[in-house]
Structure formats: structure tokens, C-alpha cells
Design a protein around this ligand. Sequence first.
Ligand code: GLN
Length: 292
Amino acid sequence: MAVQKPAKLTIQTTLTAFSEYLSGKAVDSPRLSAELVLRKVLGISRLDILINSDREVSNEAYYKMEALILRRGTGEPAAYIMGEREFYGRPFYVNSHTLIPRPETEHLIEAVVERFADKGEFLFADLGTGSGCIATTIAAELPNASGVAVDLSEGALNTAKRNLKAHNVGNRVTCIRADFTTPLFKNNTFDLIATNPPYVSQSEYIKLDPEVQQFEPASALVPGTSGLEHGVRLIELASNWLKPSGFFIMEMGFWQGADLMKEFQKNASAWRDSAIIKDLSGHDRFVCGYKA
Ligand code: GLN
């Protein structure tokens, strides 16, 4: 089925045609996707869609939007099509080199802001920065922060640089292309390590939404077989890289809390107050701890 081009092109008729097309294509939220495309290409607000729905749409704009709708119809995530996703109230460029920032991860930012807002200058690391959403947001929320953003993927790092610059914090965050599971930094370097590493197991991966499997980079999601590989390694490395009293926080899979807490306990003299933090849906989602 092709998109049925309306006889008269208005905001309303275009939106309806696009929503109907996407509804026939088993994609999530067809109406919302269609709305996002109209808002982006026509430069209109949500309110315009409601109150100016009779406004005419040019043929040129229609075909531009249709091209995006056809991509969405193949299951490509709306964030990649728009080239943008909001995270902690700020727009982030995203593309197929980067994971799309997830709302769960915003809670990691809250936990950091809570602990560092009143501190003096401090140095942080974001390991596996992807789009740079964690490093950018920490630097933008906390003017006393400077740090490093590490990723192995050049495409991701270029995207992170663009986001850091767009939010005027490029001067406080250095991007480093490296494998963060190797000994990269000196002991006692950072006040904060905040990371959302790949943590999906092979067996979970094959059950993920086909849109995720087909379009998002597997390397940003899957670290090995069990899903715990990077998490375990990062707890070990963080115990070296953090300064005394430095804070470590890492996103994880909802079932990984017990396994990761064991890693802190194995090296009990290096850590204090290690704990699990839940996300807003009530799932175990982060582990954290202070360097002793
Ligand atoms: N730090 C980025 C994010 O939170 C990328 C994470 C990743 O690719 N595993 O979205």
C-alpha cells in the first residue's frame, strides 16, 4: 500500500493520510510519528496541528514529508528519521552510529545532579558516550563540571562532539576514542564516573523489538554473551580511576543488581555505600558506590 495523497493538501488531510499509511505498517505510535514529521518539516507546533489544521501544505513539503514517512514505514525509529531525540529537556542529534537516548537514563543524571550540584569544580568520565547525552547533560546542568567522554566508535564520537558543541559545553569535555575496558586512566583521576555501557545479553537481544535490532548499533547494546561483561569490568576499573570519595554510577539491566553488587563486595575495602537505584518504572536500573 502506498500513501494515499489527499486531493486537497492541508495539515489535517496530510496528517490523516500519513497516520493511515503508518497504521497499516505495524509501527508503534503511527499518529505520533506522523505528527512529528509534520512538526519538523513544516516547522509547526503541536498547537498548530490542533488549531490551524486547515492550513494549506505545499506539494514540495508534502513530498519531503512523504519520504520520511516511507522510512518510518520500514520501522526505522522516528529519532533517526528526525535526526533528533530529547533527553533531560534538551535536543540531541542522533544517527545510526549512536544508541537513541532512553528516558531511564535521565534518572542517572538526576542522581548525579543531586550529589554534585553543590560541589566545587570536579572531573568526570562518561564511558561509552554514544550520542554524548550523559556527558553533555552533566556539563550543561553543572557548570562546575569538566570531563572526558569516551567511545570506541568514531561515528558516535563525532555525534557526541556535535552535541557537546550545540549545548556550549565542548570546551569542558574532551572526547577520547578508546576502548573503555582497557587501562586508560591513571589511578585517582576522577570525582565521578557515570556510564551507560552495553548491558544486554545475547539471549535478551534476540527478543528485543525488531526496530531496535534492525536499526540501533548492536555494539552499543551487547557487550558479550551474558550482558554483564562490561559492568563487571567497569566496577573493577572505576575502583582504580576514582579519587577517594569519588562516585560511580552505572546503568544496568533490571536483573543484574545482585551480580553487580557482588563485584563491589569482592573488593569491599575499595568501596562504601554501594547500592542499587531503581528507575521511575520501579525496576532496578543502576548500581552506584563511593570509592573508599
Ligand atoms: N551514553 C549513551 C546513552 O546513554 C550511549 C550508551 C550506549 O551506547 N550504551 O544513551
